[in-house]
Structures are given as C-alpha cells and as structure tokens.
Design a protein around this ligand. Structure first.
Ligand SMILES: [Zn+2]
Length: 306
C-alpha cells in the first residue's frame, strides 16, 4: 500500500514539476503573482533558479531572514517579472520612500546593497533596486499599519545609533487602558516622563485590538522606563502588549501589529534581528533581576517569523 502510494506521489510530482512552472510563466505573463509551496529537499536556491530569480531576491521578497531555515510546506510568493535598476539617492530620501516608489521593501533594498544601518545612506550614493511589479503587498509582508499611526512612527527624527535594542513586555493585566497605565507610571511609580513604554499595542478590552499607540517617549525620542537599568533604558525601545500572557495568548491582531511595528522600527533604526528581546530574555542576557514578563505563553520568535 505504502509503496504504491509513494510511487504515485512521485509520478504526480514529476508531472507537476513540468506543469507548474509553465502555468506560473503564463501567470507572470498576465501580471499575476504566483506562489510556490516548498517541497522536501528543495532549497531557496533551487526554487529561485526555477523562476529565474536569485535566492536572495526570493528570500527578501518573502521576508526570510535566514535562507537556510525554510520550512517544508511554506508558501513562497514568487515575484512577478522583476527589473533591476540603479537609483541615485537624493536629499530627503529614506530607504522606505525609495522602496515605496519602486514597490519593493526597505529591507530588500538594504539587503541587496549590503546596508546594515538604513540611517547611514547618503545623497549621491547609488543603489541597486529590484523593482516589484505586483503593486500589492505580498503575504509575507507584515500587515499594514494604519497610515495615521505610520506617520506618528515615522515623524521623529532619529539620531544615528540612537537605539540598540527592542524589548517586548506585557502589561500583566488584560483590563489596562492607556490612561490607566500612564497614571500608574506617573503617579504611583513617580516617573516624571509618564508611560514607561515607547509603544503600546491594544488588546480590545479597554484599548483597541491591535492598535499601535505611539507614546510620548517615542515622539520625544527619550529614554524608556521599562527595564531595570537606567543605562539600558537609554538605548532600548520598549513595546508593551496589553494582556497577561501567563494566562492568555496575545490576540491575532496584536501579533500582526507587533510584527509590523518591529519591522518598521528595525528599518528606521537599523536594530538587528538578534537584538529584539522579551523583557525576560533581556534581563537574563544582561544579568539583571529575573522577570516573567511577558509571560510564558508569549512566543516572540514565532510571532516575528510567521
Ligand atoms: Zn516587562
């Protein structure tokens, strides 16, 4: 039974191996975006070659940080026809504004040009850009942030190398409101700058589900008050999700907002992926007093990678 099945499967996949690229090619001719489900034994390089792409372009298009770690069964978005061009940076450009212009992502441009810190780009510098032609965000791209929120996130000027870490917290109480947290930090904890975080993500109880609240400390680009070290508060961006993740899970909207926010902040600040921590990990890493925040049911890496 098993053998027959396996044989049948092999045959089907051999037929598919011919039929699928042909169908995709047709789809691409029609300007459609195609997907490819990763099969056992396939590497990004092999898949990319099949569609006339480079492995790095395919990885960047799908937001894959480590091309050696792709899961079988994952659906990849195959970019429609691509076109590479050289762009000379003008005054006032950021990687994001350039990316928008060419329907690609700041991360893809940074990667293609070996840019570690997006804040270091200079007018006159030339960039290799692979133009996206879909015009639609790909599935792997984080959910869009409301445009008014995005403006608030993008508004402050950020000093070069201002921020080194991103630390994620829970509020420890599902009923928290922004006003309540602000009041608690300012009055009870006697923090003169009020609400200790740079961003809060609501859970739908006394805050809007998935809404990113851009707090005063981000707008003013001042230190947080969210970790147990004054020196580290100076260089760590604090994000708090409302909820108690010892007891419950973050909502789906909170997770996609967190992913989108982290991605936006990374492209604005140049903070690498391995400098994003939960409060617990960060305290452990820096040998500070241990904490359970943001709760054992909170899985940061899985949120950032799905
Ligand atoms: Zn915390």
């Amino acid at each position: 039974m098993l053998t027959t099945l396996a044989k049948g499967k092999r045959q089907t996949s051999r037929i598919l191996a011919i039929a699928v690229p042909a169908a995709l090619w047709l789809g691409q001719m029609l300007g459609q975006t195609a997907t490819h489900t990763i099969q056992r034994g396939e590497t990004l390089g092999v898949i990319a070659k099949k569609y006339g792409l480079s492995a790095s372009a395919l990885a960047a298009h799908n937001g894959i940080a480590n091309p050696n770690k792709v899961k079988i069964g994952r659906k990849l978005i195959i970019p429609a026809k691509t076109e590479t061009l050289t762009y000379t940076i003008r005054k006032g450009d950021t990687l994001s504004t350039i990316a928008n212009k060419y329907k690609t992502t700041a991360a893809a441009i940074a990667k293609a040009n070996g840019i570690k810190n997006p804040n270091t780009i200079k007018p006159g510098q030339k960039l290799k850009i692979t133009k996206g032609t879909t015009g639609k965000p790909t599935k792997a791209k984080p959910a869009a942030i409301a445009s008014s929120t995005l403006r608030e996130i993008n508004r402050p000027r950020i000093r070069r190398n201002r921020w080194k870490h991103i630390v994620v917290h829970h509020s420890a109480d599902s009923n928290n409101s922004i006003r309540g947290m602000e009041h608690y930090h300012r009055r009870d904890r006697r923090m003169e700058n009020g609400l200790a975080y740079h961003f809060v993500i609501g859970n739908g109880v006394n805050t809007t589900d998935g809404k990113i609240y851009v707090c005063d400390r981000w707008k003013r680009q001042i230190q947080g008050g969210h970790i147990g070290s004054a020196a580290l508060n100076e260089i760590a961006i604090g994000i708090c999700l409302v909820g108690n993740f010892e007891k419950t899970l973050p909502t789906a909207k909170q997770k996609s907002s967190l992913k989108a926010l982290v991605s936006r902040l990374r492209s604005r600040t140049g903070i690498p992926y391995n400098r994003i921590y939960t409060h617990r990990q960060f305290h452990h890493h820096k040998e500070l007093k241990s904490t359970i925040c943001p709760g054992r049911r909170f899985n940061l890496r899985s949120i950032l990678s799905t």
